[in-house]
Design a protein around this ligand. Structure first.
Ligand SMILES: [Zn+2]
Length: 135
């Protein structure tokens, strides 16, 4: 597990370094720990329409901030012994997936389900009642 901790730590530092180089400084809200539990924000970033370089910069920064938060959370979870367990279903996340994306908090199945739900919410609008019946 030490190997994962070092990897997470290294990626966290790199992400923070990149953010600093992008300028603008870090807002208090950006700091790891500000976003506590399962923020759905990560998936929203994917849906952002990027059609101008200005917006690309913003989207990249937003994704970096989100990554910093997820890496910091992953380190927390590692300390608590909860690392590598899916936050949705409680099953172990595949080691190959963790190696590729050390900060993930969900298994492939739950990730798929969340993404499908996200897309449906974008189409239908946030009608939570109908969605839960179909899961
Ligand atoms: Zn899961």
């Amino acid at each position: 597990m030490d190997e994962i901790r070092m990897k997470l730590d290294k990626e966290l530092r790199e992400a923070i370094g990149r953010l600093r180089r992008m300028g603008g400084g870090l807002a208090a809200d950006d700091l790891p720990g500000a976003i506590g539990d399962n923020s759905p924000f990560a998936d929203e970033v994917d849906g952002i329409q990027v059609n101008e370089s200005r917006e690309l910069g913003f989207a990249t920064r937003t994704m970096l901030v989100e990554r910093v938060n997820r890496l910091a959370e992953a380190l927390d979870r590692l300390s608590e012994g909860a690392y590598g367990v899916c936050v949705e279903c409680g099953e172990r996340i595949a080691p190959a997936r963790l190696r590729a994306l050390p900060e993930v908090q969900t298994c492939v199945r739950c990730q798929d389900r969340l993404e499908r739900m996200e897309r449906r919410m974008e189409t239908v609008g946030a009608v939570f009642g109908d969605i839960s019946e179909e899961i």
